[in-house]
Design a protein around this ligand. Structure first.
Ligand SMILES: C[S@@+](CC[C@H](N)C(=O)[O-])C[C@H]1O[C@@H](n2cnc3c(N)ncnc32)[C@H](O)[C@@H]1O
Length: 494
């Protein structure tokens, strides 16, 4: 039996995950590489073939089967040699920090998760893991502290479970009503929300955007979140913010030529086409996962009904760029957050550079005395960064050691809480990025995967494996340019 690669260029780690997946699914590590894939000695088993992530086709004697993954990816492909990552409902809305759905799916295979089992993503973001679970018939639960993440994750799950006929019908009604509207618009209220939105949209665009939101709510009923997500995904593009900037700054580029309503209708058409492919391949009766708005450090067994059989996540980075800032338009437009609560939410997120009380000085004392009880290496690393500060380091840099200490403390609490909702012996896979910081004019690497693994073991997890995810520029450079950008940390609830 020959397993044939997809047409895109692979990162080295994707091949590695592919081999692990084959070994887990087919239970026989005796396979060898061929020019266009892998040769495996054995008879094809249709259930395992249907789960493959990193192969496009399976050839056995005269027969050739296309994998389900290939059919799904075909619907979201942007070019033959580019890996599709926005297939199914993954492309409903962009989300900063979104990871590759293929990695989540491969992990589900490597962990041998079966339909009917339960999987947790403790930092679920826009729901990539939850969607891949649904594709495999696996029940899932996601946790996130960002209301936009929860809104999007649940909208994606709802889209998967709403028949494409119903989505088309709503889309047609919306198109009719919005196109007939002519100059109809909706005024924005003179409240905090309205004032905030007025500061970031020209008044004509804002009235149209509000009108679209109102019509969606009127026409789409319980499926409204799906269409609201599709409209929200366009907001930055049509606002006065520079949509390419990672921070909120005024745009210099002109607004798009296509009217907002046309762009929205086209967005819906594309999304529904992709959903149709999933439903043709997998049906509509997929198990419904759910995403819950919570601080992961506070989850308890009662929140999840049953203990989880595996967890998969991409946790927040240590000191990420402000996450919420560029999502503020969506958060406010969707009425998920008051504009004056944005900074507070930002400060509550793990990895944030914002800091509420306790003040920096209190945190500094906590760090010096290691009040959180971090493993000695992690506490010592933070103190070492503190000692490395130079006179030229400004306000932001001076906060780095303390911010890192807080990040480690919160991640340690999260590992403890996640362990409390997992079955014994269950696996936990984390895709973790590395960091660096410059203090006192010297670059300091922050080996976040190793630190997180140490924090996890300090609260009862054991390390199964640490796999470097080597990446190089996918479309051009040679392997010698490889950077160990991220790592896959595999833990077990011992
Ligand atoms: C790297 S992103 C995850 C993205 C996700 N894998 C996806 O594909 O969309 C990390 C997430 O952690 C969330 N987060 C940060 N602090 C949290 C906390 N205390 N509890 C729960 N979620 C938190 C952030 O809101 C963010 O969505």
């Amino acid at each position: 039996m020959r397993l044939i690669w997809h047409g895109y260029r692979y990162y080295p780690y994707e091949r590695d995950l592919a081999f692990r997946e084959v070994a887990a699914l087919f239970g026989n590590p005796a396979f060898r590489l061929t020019s266009n894939g892998v040769e495996w000695v054995g008879e094809p088993d249709s259930k395992s073939i249907s789960r493959l992530t990193y192969f496009a086709r399976v050839v056995s004697g005269p027969r050739s089967y296309e994998t389900l993954q290939n059919r799904l990816e075909d619907s979201g492909r942007l070019g033959q040699n580019r890996q599709a990552t926005r297939y199914s409902v993954h492309g409903l809305h962009e989300y900063k920090g979104k990871f590759n759905p293929q990695v989540a799916k491969a992990l589900l295979n490597i962990f041998a998760i079966e339909p009917g089992q339960h999987v947790l993503d403790p930092f679920c973001g826009s729901g990539t893991t939850l969607v891949e679970c649904a594709h495999l018939g696996v029940t899932s639960c996601g946790i996130d502290l960002n209301p936009l993440a929860i809104f999007l994750a649940n909208a994606k799950l709802r889209a998967l479970n709403t028949s494409v006929e119903k989505l088309r019908d709503i889309h047609a009604q919306l198109a009719t009503s919005l196109n007939q509207a002519g100059q109809k618009t909706t005024q924005v209220g003179d409240n905090l929300r309205g004032r905030y939105l007025r500061s970031w949209f020209d008044s004509d665009t804002l009235q149209i955007v509000e009108f679209v939101g109102m019509e969606i709510r009127k026409i789409a009923g319980e499926v409204a979140p799906v269409f609201l997500a599709l409209a929200s995904d366009l907001l930055r593009e049509y606002s006065l913010q520079d949509p390419k900037d990672l921070r909120c700054r005024r745009r210099k580029s002109p607004l798009p030529n296509t009217p907002f309503i046309h762009a929205f209708i086209a967005n819906c058409t594309r999304a529904i086409e992709r959903i149709e492919v999933v439903q043709t391949v997998l049906g509509t009766n997929l198990p419904l996962g759910r995403a819950i708005l919570r601080d992961v450090a506070t989850i308890a067994p009662n929140d999840l009904q049953v203990p989880c059989d595996a967890a998969i996540t991409s946790p927040p980075y240590a000191m990420a760029l402000p996450y919420i800032d560029t999502q503020r338009l969506s958060l406010v437009w969707l009425d998920l957050l008051r504009p004056d609560h944005v900074r507070g939410l930002e400060a509550d997120l793990i990895g944030s550079r914002e800091m509420r009380v306790p003040t920096r000085n209190e945190m500094l004392a906590a760090m010096q005395n290691n009040e959180a009880g971090l493993p000695e290496d992690e506490a010592a690393f933070c103190r070492q960064l503190q000692a490395a500060l130079g006179s030229g380091d400004g306000f932001r840099r001076r906060a780095v050691p303390v911010l890192l200490y807080r990040y480690f403390s919160l991640m340690q609490r999260s590992f403890r809480a996640v362990r409390g909702v997992m079955r014994q012996k269950s696996p936990f896979g984390l895709i973790v990025g590395r960091n660096h910081t410059t203090l006192g004019g010297i670059r300091h690497d922050i080996d976040t995967p190793t630190h997180l693994a140490a924090l996890a073991t300090s609260v009862g997890w054991t390390i199964d494996e640490m796999i470097p995810l080597q990446t190089y520029h996918r479309y051009g450079y040679h392997m010698s340019n490889a950077v160990k950008a991220e790592a896959l940390v595999l833990l077990r609830n011992s």
